[in-house]
Design a protein around this ligand. Structure first.
Ligand SMILES: Nc1ncnc2c1ncn2[C@@H]1O[C@H](COP(=O)(O)OP(=O)(O)OP(=O)(O)O)[C@@H](O)[C@H]1O
Ligand SMILES: [Mg+2]
Length: 462
């Protein structure tokens, strides 16, 4: 892009000679339009243009992924050249130049651009092969969920994922995408709750340059980004009514109009939505459109709270231990039986996310390098087990009561060490198992505190 026709000709001839396709223009605005509408490996920009600052044009070139920019200029100051270099252009060629020197620079620039693209492609291929984050578990609840996700993944239908917070709704959405025919396409999540209304509309629909004061360039929205892939609308229950109407139209027509544009665009995306609210209640309260609800709820997928499938806790704990050992660069730890018992007994109101945080915290702060201890867990979790404190003989205390406390202490300690394994506890204390069970009853020690804790916590839960 140069306002001097001879230079346009020279650059054009040089590049065509090497088999490259070239388009040229003397207008900066036209150049910007080229950049917007097509992919170029290389943009050669003169800093002196009649209608648009060459620097601005170079900036637009640099902003395009995979486009390499070379700047030409005659009478510009060193500062301008420096500015262009700082912006991330590939090279700067001062005029007058020798054709061979320019040729060498341009060919190197194209090679660099193609190399970048090749690297990016390889990286994506490798990432595509690596299994992404996945759901682990072994309970019936988990198995049924996996079966359902496998069944719905290949279908193009909209899926509404519901469940309390932290149960894995976003992970389920990613899993559906990974198992779908669109796995090679983009997965585009958007958290509807985290973004103010006007920005959310801009995020979803995108805008054209000049749509409003700050819209200096065209910006594609999430609908467009998700073309060929999956759009995941998270926390859909928080979407403002006004936007719900617009979203409904997009879902029905599969078409949308970017802000400030007069042209409708098509986007081919699979829609997934998630919420931890009860949308039917919101519909009743007139905070969610009924027609949108039915459009979204084509295939419902509901995630159960973790307390409904505690059988998955050991697998999840092992999974998170490995994950954080890797992330925090620590050796892998074993979980001491008492800690695992507490983890299994706790009701996890914050579900898998809370469990994940508890394991991360214990890994980061735990004192024992090899074992995750009960004391490393948050007090609320560790507290579900009966506490073991060494009894002291108080003044005037009945000796019989004290001996009972001491016995209770020794038995509880042993029970916790063995993960409440009664046979093993009996062996360690040198008692027969039946004697131990008898003593447990006499001392008021629960036979299975985990089951009791779980039952009482589940009863309290909403
Ligand atoms: N079955 C599972 N296996 C492994 N990790 C899981 C599983 N379920 C959830 N997680 C992890 O738990 C965390 C919370 O999951 P996610 O963010 O998907 O939950 P959510 O339901 O979207 O929560 P919120 O309602 O709070 O947004 C994530 O780090 C996720 O990877
Ligand atoms: Mg979520």
């Amino acid at each position: 892009m140069d306002d001097d026709p001879t230079i346009l000709e020279v650059v054009g001839a040089l590049l065509s000679r090497h088999g490259h396709e070239v388009v040229g223009t003397g207008s900066g605005l036209k150049g910007a339009q080229f950049l917007r509408s097509e992919h170029f490996d290389l943009a050669v920009v003169d800093l002196m243009l009649p209608d648009l600052s060459g620097l601005e044009l170079a900036r637009q070139g640099v902003a395009k992924p995979d486009t390499v920019v070379v700047v030409l200029s005659g009478s510009t100051s060193v500062e301008t050249a420096l500015q262009a270099v700082k912006m991330g252009i590939y090279d700067y060629v001062p005029k007058p130049f020798r054709a061979e020197a320019l040729e060498a620079t341009l060919l190197r620039a194209i090679e660099k651009s193609q190399l970048n693209q090749e690297n990016k492609r390889l990286r994506e291929q490798i990432q595509g092969q690596r299994p992404g984050p996945h759901m682990v578990g072994r309970s019936d609840v988990w198995q049924n969920l996996q079966t359902l996700l496998r069944r719905v993944a290949p279908s193009p239908s909209t899926v509404l994922i519901t469940g309390p917070s932290g149960t894995g709704k976003e992970l389920a959405a990613r899993t559906i995408h990974q198992w779908s025919l669109r796995a090679e396409g983009p997965f585009v999540p958007i958290h509807c709750g985290a973004i103010p209304e006007n920005l959310l509309e801009d995020e979803l629909f995108g805008h054209v340059r000049g749509a409003y004061t700050d819209a200096r360039t065209d910006r594609p929205g999430r609908f467009q980004q998700a073309d060929g892939g999956t759009l995941f609308l998270d926390e859909i229950g928080t979407m403002p009514m006004n936007l719900q109407v617009k979203l409904l139209r997009v879902i029905q027509e599969r078409e949308f109009t970017p802000l400030g544009s007069t042209r409708t665009q098509k986007a081919d995306f699979r829609l997934l939505a998630a919420t931890n609210e009860n949308l039917e209640d919101l519909v009743e309260q007139k905070r969610f459109r009924e027609d949108l609800f039915y459009r979204l709820n084509v295939i419902p997928v509901h995630l159960q709270p973790l307390r409904e499938h505690p059988q998955d806790i050991p697998v999840l704990v092992a999974h998170f231990l490995k994950k954080f050992a890797r992330e925090l660069d620590l050796p892998l730890k074993q979980v001491e039986p008492a800690a695992l018992q507490a983890l299994e007994a706790y009701a996890w109101p914050g579900n898998v996310r809370e469990l994940e945080n508890a394991v991360e915290r214990a890994m980061a702060l735990g004192s024992d390098p090899e074992r995750l201890l009960l004391q490393d867990l948050p007090a609320s979790v560790a507290g579900v087990l009966p506490t073991v404190t060494f009894p002291r003989l108080a003044q005037d205390q009945d000796l019989g009561r004290f001996l009972e406390d001491l016995e209770r202490h020794l038995i509880l300690e042993s029970l916790q060490e063995t993960g409440w394994n009664k046979s093993e506890t009996a062996r360690r204390l040198g008692l027969r198992r039946t004697t131990l069970l008898h003593r447990l009853r006499a001392l008021g020690i629960p036979l299975d505190p985990m089951a009791e804790a779980r039952a009482s916590l589940a009863g309290e839960a909403p």
